[in-house]
Design a protein around this ligand. Sequence first.
Ligand code: FES
Length: 110
Amino acid sequence: MTLSTTAVVVCPYDALLPERGVAALLGSRQIALFRVFSGELFALGNQDPVSGANVMSRGIVGSRGDVPTVASPMFKQVYDLRTGVCLDDPSLVLPVYPVRVVDGEVIVGD
Ligand code: FES
């Protein structure tokens, strides 16, 4: 498997528990990786935009309507896992990163 310099193999897909986030490093950036019940994966910035703390991987995964979400464990802002945009305050945005599974391994970045 050949990866570009901005992609990293994070862990085996099977190591991720549904609805649980894990933190990982993408270069020098902290990311939060989530597997939702459907099996889909999402990778976002781990830094909570409101508190500045690297805690998003410990956020509560859920949904609002059809939107898969994660709530900040600090102040409970709810973010769309697909876009990183806060549902009630679109000025708050988490960066999102491409994530895919190759040969059973989770790869973040492109
Ligand atoms: S969900 Fe309350 S500010 Fe975003």
